[in-house]
Ligand binder design. Sequence first.
Ligand SMILES: Cc1ncc(COP(=O)(O)O)c(C=O)c1O
Length: 476
Amino acid sequence: MGDTAAHQHQHTGHRSAEEPASSAGPVPSAGHAPSAEPVPSAEPVFFADPVHGPGIDTAAVAALADEVLDWRFKAAPADASGRTVRDWLATGPTLDGLGTPLLTLDAAALDHNLHTMAAWCRETGVLLAPHGKTTMAPALWQAQLAAGAHAITLANLPQLRVARAFGVQRLLLANTLLDPAGLAWLAAELDHDPDFAFASWVDSADSVRQMDAALRAAGARRPVEVLVELGGPGGRTGARGIPAALDVAAAVHAAPTLRLAGVGGYEGALAHDASDTALAAVRDYLRDLAELHRRLAPDYPTATPVVTAGGSAYFDTVAEELTPLASEFPGTTVIVRAGAYLAHDDGFYRGISPLARTTGATPLHSAMHGWARVVSHPEPQLALLDAGKRDLPFDEGLPEPQLVRGTGALKDAEVTALNDQHTFLRGAGEHAPIGAVVRLGLSHPCTAFDKWNLIPVLDHADAQHPRVVDLVRTYF
Ligand SMILES: Cc1ncc(COP(=O)(O)O)c(C=O)c1O
């Protein structure tokens, strides 16, 4: 996103220990200078340190425009084959020239969501480390960092490697990394690049010991920052209860290759709606997380510990419960990790987003849509569209028929099922004849982006003939 020259002179020149991608790739190698020997540095950065610069290798991101389009990208039309992304965009493409099935983003909505969330974080006194697994799109990470994000959050080693290939400087792994080869890779990344800041989660003394052993075996020089992860009953990972979490912290203190940097967890694993019961469970959990921080505060080996929670469903409650810690323990940084907010949706997040539930808040806009063509109309009230589970998310609600291109809103129609390659549209009758292209509202960005390695960005999905203004590359 943005023009190449503007990005090139801000180039970070990051040093990754990993070999750059080979010539077959889209040039994420631009600007990489892998060095055989670790580069000594006066002062390696820590995860909570203030951010300087773009936080990502902007030249590597800009170089994505050099990628050549062809059959590997199901969103790219055949007549774009052989052109680079940059050249094809310069032809002034519109949605009319794209095929179906298709997933698109909406530039205006993305921009709105990006700045609405950034403003909310600023006003609320929290930092944002958006979960990057939602989009796995370095260009969108760059936009999030440029809008003020402190770091990018990720979920596993392959995702970390993508981020490091694009020179992301500050990464939060909202998970535990135990794979010895992965830890050796991490140690090398940290030792090669003093500007790389990293923190991960640990939730047991066993995982602390295994990490420590693997990091020692790898000859790690810089300590790896870790946050004690607190879980909750019926939840996912995370130590159950404050005493168990304190034991984990004690194990971290005893591990020479690790450095206790704060506490964290994910309230989204404990609730799935905005009922009073769900909100109370989230609040109780966050109060425990705050209490854990209080108990650990005297012994942190840092003056700037991190407290992190918060996906896109409950970040308001997270801020309410955790921001007081910053005045109670000056130096504490509260970080939320919303990821879905950027694309938002017409389903689960439309219903649960705090900015939709709070009177007077600026709501987010859905920035993603599916487009599918009626390929069969075997019964008067049944139409089959050419998009299926391979193309559209279905795990948090089925797509919502919104309009027929060139005709208008589609009322009283419903998607009742998705097969691998088909959508069952019922109730549209003659409003969705064979050949009609239907726009579908979607639910759950995380399982939409992963189905597309290239996603056209429209200027306005509501326009009569939306223009394609960008192509977003993803790496899942
Ligand atoms: C640990 C963790 N943090 C943050 C998030 C981001 O939440 P959301 O997808 O609601 O933005 C997720 C999403 O699954 C998560 O698992």
